[in-house]
Design a protein around this ligand. Structure first.
Ligand SMILES: NC(=O)c1ccc[n+]([C@@H]2O[C@H](COP(=O)([O-])OP(=O)(O)OC[C@H]3O[C@@H](n4cnc5c(N)ncnc54)[C@H](O)[C@@H]3O)[C@@H](O)[C@H]2O)c1
Ligand SMILES: CC(C)[C@H](C(=O)O)[C@@H](O)C(=O)O
Ligand SMILES: [Mg+2]
Length: 361
């Protein structure tokens, strides 16, 4: 690979542009220090694209992504009570689901951990927090009930869940690989007491498991899993699950560190990968410059790790984020004490400065 990399930046709506700007600054800092040539190409998507093009995912945005090496995505969508406004109606379905499907982003990685310097942020008891939490949720991203037939007719709505063996095998195999490189434990979350799709997940899991005799795996129902995630989170290391269950489970997991603003993700495709926070456009705080940019910045670190194989650079960003949190700096979502609260830009500044300091040390 040459030293030149094209990154598509799709900030989207709400807090997306505010937090993406900080992540881009961090990536620019890395490119200067390590002498990489990162070129950033911005494009509209979501409600922002609708205003310009009457389309949540314009062809020009798809074409730009096709020419790039990785995608940094912010968030899309409007206030949850404005979903009937044409600007917002189906914005998420058309835009982020469209990108996932278009670029075959079948495997979604959502890490969740408790930060030792933020013990009070987690609503869980200190005994649970001290047991430590460091897990990865692997979510199937381009099938299941999200992409089955949807219809409403004569007062009856239908959303169909479909899974093929191959659609299951891809994320399950990835999860076994991930578990092999971590603590060799995997939990498969499903609803096999009710759903045929879940029974197929179990069959495929057992087939894939034959190639991973060193990985111990078990099955857990989704309702129990959400409860266990809060009650005894340290029991989990790698979790793999379908599209809908992964969506719910990963927001539940954000309760462990204490804020969605700390939760990055990577969505892996065959040709290109996309990186985004797991949270949304946060209309309640958008435009105020107070959103936590850390989830977006950590998504940038995942971009370097998974798309460009720049482990040293990715780890440096993660170390800098830890050091800044260690120093006591907080965005509003990270503290109830208002004394040390900063906005998105000041948090970005501190992380950039910390990267420079750690690099030179
Ligand atoms: N991938 C995406 O683009 C994506 C993901 C989830 C939700 N959404 C969309 O976002 C819109 C709002 O949805 P919602 O309110 O249910 O969820 P949300 O994730 O936007 O917000 C939930 C809560 O978390 C807070 N929050 C989220 N990110 C934060 C950050 N970085 N810093 C500080 N606080 C943060 C918000 O202020 C809010 O109180 C909807 O249109 C929804 O569909 C988009
Ligand atoms: C916005 C929405 C379609 C999306 C999803 O459900 O996948 C979001 O909640 C997420 O978790 O990335
Ligand atoms: Mg979600």
């Amino acid at each position: 690979m040459s030293n030149s990399y094209k990154i598509a930046v799709l900030p989207g709506d709400g807090i997306g542009p505010e937090v993406c700007a900080e992540a881009v600054r961090v990536l620019q800092t890395i490119s200067e220090l390590f002498k990489h040539d990162f070129q950033f190409h911005h494009a509209l998507c979501g409600g922002a694209a609708y205003t310009e093009h009457k389309n949540h995912l314009p062809q020009s945005t798809i074409d730009l992504v096709k020419q790039c090496d990785a995608v940094l995505f912010g968030s899309v969508g409007g206030p949850t009570d404005a979903q009937e406004d044409p600007k917002w109606k189906d914005a998420e379905k058309n835009c982020i689901l469209g990108l996932r499907k278009n670029f075959n982003l079948a495997v979604n990685i959502r890490p969740a951990k408790i930060y030792s310097m933020l013990p009070d942020l987690s609503p869980l008891k200190p005994t649970i927090v001290q047991a430590g939490v460091d897990m990865v949720i692997v979510r199937e991203l381009i099938s299941g009930i999200y992409f089955g037939e949807h219809s409403t007719k004569d007062g009856v709505a239908r959303d169909v869940m479909i899974y093929s063996e191959e659609e299951i095998r891809v994320p399950v195999k990835f999860a076994f690989e991930t578990a092999r490189n971590r603590s060799k434990r995997l939990t498969v979350v499903d609803k096999a007491n009710v759903l045929d799709c879940s029974r197929l997940w179990r069959k495929v899991t057992k087939e894939v498991a034959a190639s991973y005799p060193d990985v111990a795996f078990d099955f857990m129902y989704i309702d129990n899993a959400v409860m266990q995630l809060i009650k005894n989170p340290s029991q989990f290391d790698v979790i793999v699950t379908g599209n809908m269950f992964g969506d719910i489970l990963s927001d539940a997991a954000s309760v462990l560190p204490g804020s969605l603003g700390l939760m990055p993700s990577a969505s892996l495709g065959e040709k290109i990968h996309l990186f985004e926070p797991i949270g949304g456009s946060a209309p309640d705080i958008a435009g105020k410059g107070i959103a936590n940019p850390i989830a977006q910045i950590l998504s940038g670190a995942l971009l370097l790790r998974y798309s460009f194989k720049m482990e040293k650079e990715a780890a440096l960003i993660e170390k800098a984020v830890n050091a800044v949190l260690e120093s006591g700096l907080r965005t509003g979502d990270l503290t109830r004490d208002r004394s040390n609260v900063v906005g998105s830009k000041a948090m970005g500044d501190a992380i950039v400065h910390q990267i420079q300091t750690l690099y030179r040390a």
